[in-house]
Design a protein around this ligand. Structure first.
Ligand SMILES: Nc1ncnc2c1ncn2[C@@H]1O[C@H](COP(=O)(O)OP(=O)(O)O)[C@@H](O)[C@H]1O
Ligand SMILES: [Mg+2]
Length: 227
């Protein structure tokens, strides 16, 4: 399996002295193309930190984090920004949509910011996969929570990223909308061969994944495929 994202002995320490926190304590893990992984673990176990470090949103203290063959620690801010924009998609618990833009504009915003021409055919496919073809001119406030999160997933997919990191993407949704978004992530993996890494508290959500990784105290304590 082609490795899309990997960490080797990844350590992240916040603060110093009395406020020193070891958020990640030597994590080694790899995510392959077309793999849907759920990350679970108690609050404070390092789930968000792992995603942020592997996605280049946060610096690492020691060890290595790579997207493909690219070592993130070796990149200056400009290169890191470009790598995130071109190769990584994010979905957060709060949808982080732009309220003044309509759905279509929200989806293409990252491409527009990067000065990239959208691949029309791909966008049409993404938008029909997320089931929002008839909502393109609606603003986020005119969409349900589930639709807003599906829109956020479409935005994450728009640039054809190699990997999507989703941090509790169903955390703010009722169970029906949550199931919709999980089904959509599943479909992105199946139809678009995306790689998805998703943090969740919810065992029912994790059941949608191919693989479940458990963290505790900043370490991988369990890693089960085909669960
Ligand atoms: N910006 C930060 N500054 C200091 N400590 C932090 C910061 N972010 C996270 N932490 C600490 O790192 C640990 C892991 O946090 P986090 O990755 O957010 O856990 P999780 O997502 O599993 O709930 C926690 O002890 C948390 O308090
Ligand atoms: Mg978290």
């Amino acid at each position: 399996m082609k490795v899309v994202s990997s960490a080797t002995d990844l350590t992240k320490v916040y603060g110093r002295g009395e406020t020193r926190v070891v958020a990640l304590d030597g994590v080694s893990i790899a995510f392959g193309r077309g793999e849907f992984t759920a990350i679970m673990g108690p609050s404070g176990s390092g789930k968000s930190t792992l995603m942020h470090c592997m996605a280049g949103l946060d610096s690492i203290t020691s060890g290595s984090a790579r997207i493909g063959d690219v070592e993130l620690a070796g990149l200056d801010d400009r290169r890191l920004t470009r790598l995130r924009r071109d190769r990584v998609g994010f979905v957060f618990q709060a949808f982080n949509l732009m309220p003044t833009l309509n759905a279509a504009e929200n989806v293409t915003l990252p491409l527009d910011l990067g000065g990239r021409r959208p691949d029309r055919e791909w966008l049409d496919r993404v938008i029909s996969t997320v089931g929002l073809s008839d909502r393109l001119h609606h603003r986020p406030a005119e969409l349900s929570g589930g639709q807003q999160q599906r829109l956020a997933v479409a935005r994450a997919l728009a640039s054809r990223p190699e990997i999507i990191f989703a941090d509790e993407p169903t955390g703010n949704l009722d169970s029906r909308s949550g199931a919709e978004v999980l089904g959509l992530l599943r479909e992105a993996v199946r139809e678009l061969d995306s790689t998805v890494v998703m943090v969740t508290h919810d065992p029912a959500a994790a059941a949608h994944a191919d693989r479940v990784v458990h963290l505790a105290d900043g370490r991988v304590v369990d890693d089960v495929r085909g669960a």
